[in-house]
Design a binder for this molecule. Sequence first.
Ligand code: COA
Length: 565
Amino acid sequence: MKILLLVSAFNGLTQRAWCALRQAGHDVTVELAPVYETPEELTAKVYASAPEIILCPFLKHKVPEDVWRKWPTIIIHPGPIGDRGPSSLDYAIMEGNRQWGVTALSAVDEMDAGPVWASRIFPMPSEPIAKATLYNSAVADAAMSCIEEVIEKAADPQFAPIPQEEMPQPVPHVGTRPLIRRAERVFDWENSAVEIVRRIRAADSSPGVRTSIDGQTVHVYDAAVGERRGRRVPPGTIVGRGDDAIAVATGDNLVWIGAVRRPTDCGGDGIKLPATMIFNDPSIPELPVPEGLRQTSYVREGDVGFLTIRTYNGAMSTAQCARIASSLKEALNQDTKALVVTGTPAFFSNGVHLNVIEAAEDPSAEAWDNIHAINELCSALVSCTDQLTISAFSANAGAGGVMFGLSADVVLARDGVVLNPYYDIGLYGSELHTFTLPRRVSPPTATKLLTEKLPVNTDQAATIGLVDAVGPREWNEFREWLSRMANAYVSPQRYDETMATKLQVMDNTRPASYYEAHELSEMAKDIFDNRSGFDASRADFVYKRPARQTPPQIAQHRWRLSGLS
Ligand code: COA
């Protein structure tokens, strides 16, 4: 089927849909709606593309009437049947709904009011979850399932979508809800920590909640409840710091904040940064960070160590890499046989921290330090001779974050994860990728991945050898599978054979520093001489400037050429 994905951005869900539809043999093209200044321009583009069906997995723009009248145009709405409006997930989290859903409905004049093609319901986590995490997990899974059903139904000439009024509403009390205004998100530091965290998570990663800390107006993100220690202090006071986060007193407890965005002097959006970069008073005492925000945690299960890395948005600054490196080295020094390095259900890694680089007084110097710091993590894994190293992509990863995962001997992934194994920001790239990527997928496929700059899903990744095995999507099942896999690798005979082969291969391989030296010589030109437009690409990314065109590699019908399906 000839499918057009009409979207506001080629975001994680759209990438996942794009991969799955191509894999199923469909002819898929993408159009970014924000590229077009008028509905007429967008309509002309859709006519030129002449699809059989239009899917909108992530569309904030209105579909022009000429388009939805001519083609079946299906909106994937992140809410159950009967729910309408642009702030569905925000309300669901803020109001503590026990279940939520996704509905595939025809585009019509009124937003989210069209007849229904498919819908799914899922339980909401008992703890409030960050909106972006909910979107990339339960919502994305339900959306993928709806998309599959829509494509089946679209092939059936007898099928007609069902008007919403004729369908039962599985989630009670839903209806048309307006955009949540800033004032409705506001909290008071006198409120309970649980309530404040719920409000922040309902707005995380965008737009955040505006508040005042230490006399500064900021938007806050990445929140967790913490235990108050010692005497009561006025709510709103910063009482501690740890990793990148600060602890702020509330009416009853503490709220830890991992990331903040300060408006610019002229009132525009500033850059979202680790909280301790904005609130950097060295006299703030160090406190233990609550588990949900801790950047690394290590557990040992017999012969296997598990190191979980957690960075907000998967971005790893110089300081974060240094903290992770110290935990990684400690984990590698244990007398375990294997070390598993993994991420959280929300993030694995997206490489160096572009926001921190952009905000630095000397961005080139910061980028250079950051590359060295992330390379140290990769080198520690690549050069480890005492243990078998296993990485597990627990969530999506991009650029240097993928390459970091490839530094391990064995690479595993959680089903549904999307990997972007290339650099697209004006950087040649480092993270030892010139060694690890061709080692895994062969030099021609490595070149193809790096130059085509396309996402791959876990099936495709397993087919080309980018990952060794794919485990269940459901989080607890994935953790159990990971543990079983790691334990199978350390079973006596398999372990001895695997380690013997590993050491033999290492003996015949150039040292990691050989590859790093080559990569850094290229990176120096990108970082200090701005050879490939890193400065402008980075600013566009950090300030979220809309794309000027749909990237040609996704706008064209190229799937047959890619050889990755
Ligand atoms: N540094 C800082 N922030 C990053 C980041 C990075 N390396 N990678 C992702 N983010 C942030 C985004 O700004 C966004 O922030 P917000 O939602 O808080 O505003 C959030 O993470 C989610 O990223 P987004 O781009 O919306 O997700 P996606 O699923 O659409 O795309 C990627 C995933 C990996 C393709 C995309 O994030 C990307 O290209 N990241 C940059 C990778 C890179 O070039 N790294 C540097 C070289 S190693």
